[in-house]
Design a protein around this ligand. Structure first.
Ligand SMILES: Nc1ncnc2c1ncn2[C@@H]1O[C@H](COP(=O)(O)OP(=O)(O)O)[C@@H](O)[C@H]1O
Ligand SMILES: [Mg+2]
Length: 404
């Protein structure tokens, strides 16, 4: 799929931009702080409805515009995707971030509206229509950062491709919040423990759908990533993705020694129903402990994922170079996985990643993405690209929120 037109209004430092988007590679060239990342952020927002970097949507609304009592940041994108019977269909996605400031106490509220082909939709309904994959320098944090970063990565990737995943995730998160509140109330004597049964049932339902989806998706991603990693390392490194669900339907046997060497467990034969039953039983078993602690201790909100290179955990024991190659393999696998699942190329976004790579990895990356329908690459330095690549690309100069 590819964008044909993009319009940004009051989006970060873009007051107003309306541009036709060509197919193929687009090089965004500019000094620091001119708006390259903000532009890519806008495109990725169309795929996930959240920012990959902002803590809150408020940060996205242009500073100057947000001084007014009513400020609207708006993205409008026209794009084409292949649909059934190989017909190419155009769609329009519009996102509005509407910030209203209350005149009395100066507090502001922000609401998000999403329109698909002119009709308002919930994020969980609209997700998946437009797909993008982003490569960022900080993507290495998926391997080296906290488990939360890995869960976030999984959720953003799976939600774009698996129907119902986003809706189940948001249902699950609400259930966790409500169940945790109840656990605290039971703890201080203001609620009846028998009420937990209802929440356990629902949590096990939504949770098992997430666990099941993660088991399958991680396995598919692993197959692709391992293959790519083997090629990038010229056959020397076997990459494995080791899913460690916090409620584990198939726990690993207890190990006598905590060695950094490990082999992932294959859980792909488990049915969703079996996972649901086991999850429910464990929730029930943990009642008294969880009432004491006031939190739900097992379930997908605490899942972990590890990356193993030649059976060694890359997050703790890997070298920088190994982790870089692994993350590149993972990202390239994500692209392939989306193509397998949706039948089309996602739009690719590369934010200054080439500067970080040695020339061999740079070439590997560009070669593998060469057939994509549309790729946006940002850079401060055009010399990182071969003259042939530059000649075949659209080169856009970006300066203070304007394109030249
Ligand atoms: N909400 C906002 N309103 C206006 N400007 C913003 C907003 N958020 C960030 N900026 C500014 O936008 C500029 C562009 O940032 P960025 O897209 O990260 O630039 P680049 O990637 O080109 O280095 C920065 O100067 C930043 O301070
Ligand atoms: Mg940037």
């Amino acid at each position: 799929m590819y964008l044909t037109r993009l319009s940004l209004t009051n989006w970060r430092n873009f007051a107003r931009l309306d541009i036709e988007m060509p197919k193929g590679p687009i090089l965004l060239v500019g000094e620091n702080a001119q708006g390259k990342t903000s532009f890519l952020e806008a495109v990725y927002f169309l795929a996930t409805f959240i920012s990959f970097q902002a803590g809150s949507d408020r940060e996205l609304v242009n500073f100057i515009a947000s001084r007014e009592p009513l400020a609207v940041a708006r993205l409008i994108a026209d794009f084409k995707r292949d649909e059934k019977f190989r017909t190419e269909n155009s769609h329009r996605l519009e996102i509005r971030l509407i910030q209203e400031t209350n005149g009395i106490n100066g507090q502001s509220r922000l609401r998000k509206e999403i329109l698909v082909d002119g009709l308002k939709r919930k994020a969980s309904e609209a997700i998946g229509l437009f797909n993008a994959v982003i490569f960022l320098p900080q993507t290495l944090r998926i391997i080296e950062g906290s488990p939360e970063e890995r869960r976030r990565y999984l959720n953003l990737t799976l939600a774009q491709v698996l129907p119902g995943y986003a809706a189940t995730l948001s249902e699950y998160n609400q259930l966790i919040t409500q169940r945790n509140a109840l656990l605290k109330q039971i703890n201080d004597g203001s609620a009846d423990p028998r009420q937990l049964e209802f929440w356990d049932e629902h949590l096990a339902g939504a949770g098992s759908r997430l666990i099941y989806a993660r088991i399958q998706a991680i396995r598919e991603l692993e197959r692709l990533a391992a293959n790519i990693n083997l090629q990038l390392t010229r056959g020397s490194e076997v990459l494995r993705l080791d899913y460690l669900p916090a409620y584990d339907p198939l726990p690993q046997p207890e190990k006598q020694f905590a060695l950094p060497v490990d082999t992932p467990v294959d859980r792909s034969g488990l049915s969703e129903e079996k996972i649901r039953q086991g999850f429910l039983e464990n929730l029930t078993r943990l009642h008294s402990e969880e009432i004491n602690r006031g939190v739900t201790t097992i379930g997908p909100h605490r899942d972990e994922l590890r990356f193993l290179g030649n059976r060694v955990d890359l997050g703790t024991y890997g070298s920088r170079g190994q982790a870089r190659t692994a993350i590149l393999s993972l990202k390239l696998a994500e692209v392939e996985w989306m193509r397998e699942k949706t039948g089309q190329w996602p739009v690719l976004l590369l934010d200054e990643v080439l500067a970080e790579l040695d020339s061999q990895r740079r070439m590997d990356l560009l070669n593998r993405l060469a057939d994509s329908e549309q790729t946006l690459l940002s850079t401060t330095d055009l010399d990182l690209f071969s003259s042939e690549f530059v000649e075949n690309s659209n080169v856009w100069q970006i300066e203070a929120g304007r394109l030249k």
